[in-house]
Design a protein around this ligand. Structure first.
Ligand code: NAD
Ligand code: GLY
Length: 381
């Protein structure tokens, strides 16, 4: 085994959105520099940190100390860890807790946590007093490479996930790579699916890098991690700058694996049986298989995508999903969930397919007989 390489430098990726542009700083120890880096961007030296009950005890005090050291008055609110904090009722509780602190329009919210805290805090910031600034301090790999960048905020309803939300960009993203050391391996792996996604969408050289270095990213090699996060943020920043509100099909490419993944998540109850990133991993393997079956993608490329995602340890076979709560999968039910996906238009299912590694495109013309056959085979495998 090679010794993990250490890095100390901070890398910066710029998200170019005219008046709403911002930087993503990536590197170890950024939590301790949050005050210094945020201070010039704050409308007033007042912040409220929103975090969850797992992350707050790990990093809340250090983040607050960094703000206080820079002369920034700091308050904190903590929500339960997990997807339930994105429910309507939880959102209401958060808004009241924030208002109890008597914020004004120059108060900045700071999201310290994974995608749940980021989506929730971003949405809260977009409506609190009709809109206050917010900063993302993402602490999961998924949040550092995807959810903290690009300004999609949202909460869940009984009709589905993220169906209430806003496009609302943060003022700054601070991705402290050292905090990933406390992230459970399963969460790290789920986030890694989103890293590999950028290679599969439109960057075959990065996918080749992932094939060689994915294991190092997962085992804690700091240099490999920083590079993977930087490349992912560069990809996402480029796509978001060109299609911030998903008005063309460009930003929709970021949903590679999501039509299948959403159906698998819906069937498993959006819970711990299948994490979002795991669903995206399995969904990307299925999207490549479907592309090959439709004759659009070389079978060898579909096999390569599946092989890498499986090799790092993602649960890409349906029979490996669910732990002790094994599912009886049903192709018609899965297709039913796909019809409820946000991307479906006028009853037509939408998929991100691929012409090969790095050749993703959006299709609304998938033959449902082929889709049904693919799902039936995946269930039987
Ligand atoms: P999460 O926020 O639930 O975090 C996963 C778990 O890890 C939680 O229990 C959390 O407390 C814990 N945790 C976080 N950081 C930790 C650390 N450094 N050390 C130890 N434990 C830590 O889940 P997630 O995977 O980060 O995010 C999933 C959410 O992101 C979903 O709600 C999904 O809809 C959303 N999402 C949003 C976007 C977007 O563009 N806005 C994109 C992808 C996903
Ligand atoms: N995670 C998909 C997007 O940001 O568009």
């Amino acid at each position: 085994m090679t010794a993990a390489r250490t890095v100390t430098a901070t890398r910066t990726v710029h998200v170019d959105l005219a008046g709403r542009s911002y930087d993503i700083a990536i590197g170890p120890g950024l939590i301790d520099r949050a005050g210094e880096l945020s201070r010039p961007l704050l409308a007033a030296p007042r912040v409220t940190i929103v975090s969850d009950e797992t992350v707050a005890p790990l990093y809340g005090a250090r983040l607050a100390a960094s703000f206080e050291k820079a002369g920034i008055k700091t308050a904190s609110v903590t929500v339960p860890a997990g997807e339930s904090s994105k429910e309507f009722a939880s959102f209401g509780r958060l808004m009241n807790a924030l208002l109890d602190l008597r914020p004004d329009r120059k108060t900045t919210l700071v999201a310290l946590g994974g995608g749940v805290v980021g989506d929730l805090t971003g949405f809260a910031a977009s409506v609190l007093l009709r809109g206050v600034d917010f900063i993302q301090v993402p602490t999961t790999l998924l949040a550092q490479v995807d959810s903290s960048v690009g300004g999609k905020t949202g909460i869940n309803t009984r009709h589905g996930k993220n169906l209430v939300g806003t496009f609302y960009q943060p003022r700054l993203v601070l991705a402290d790579t050292a905090v990933l050391d406390t992230l459970p391996r399963r969460e790290l792996l789920a986030g890694y699916a989103e890293v590999a996604k950028y290679g599969l969408i439109d960057d075959p050289a990065f996918f080749t890098w992932c094939e060689k270095n994915g294991a190092a990213v997962l085992s804690g090699d700091a240099a490999a991690r920083a590079y993977a996060i930087e490349q992912s943020c560069l990809s996402k920043a480029r796509i978001v700058a060109a299609d911030e509100r998903e008005t063309t099909d460009l930003r929709a490419l970021l949903n590679l694996g999501h039509t299948f993944g959403h159906a698998l998540e819906a069937e498993t109850g959006f819970g711990r049986d299948l994490l979002h990133g795991e669903a995206v991993g399995a969904g990307m393997a299925m999207a490549f298989d479907l592309s090959a079956r439709l004759g659009i993608c070389p079978a060898a490329d579909a096999q390569r995508a599946r092989a890498h995602l499986g090799a790092v340890g993602l649960p890409i076979r349906l029979r490996s999903i669910g732990g002790d709560n094994r599912r009886v999968w049903d192709a018609d039910r899965l297709i039913g969930h796909m019809r409820g996906d946000k991307k479906a238009e006028g009853g037509k299912l939408a998929f991100v397919l691929a012409r090969g590694i790095g050749g993703a495109f959006v299709s609304r013309e998938v033959d449902e007989t082929v889709l049904h056959g693919l799902l039936a085979d995946a269930i039987a495998a």
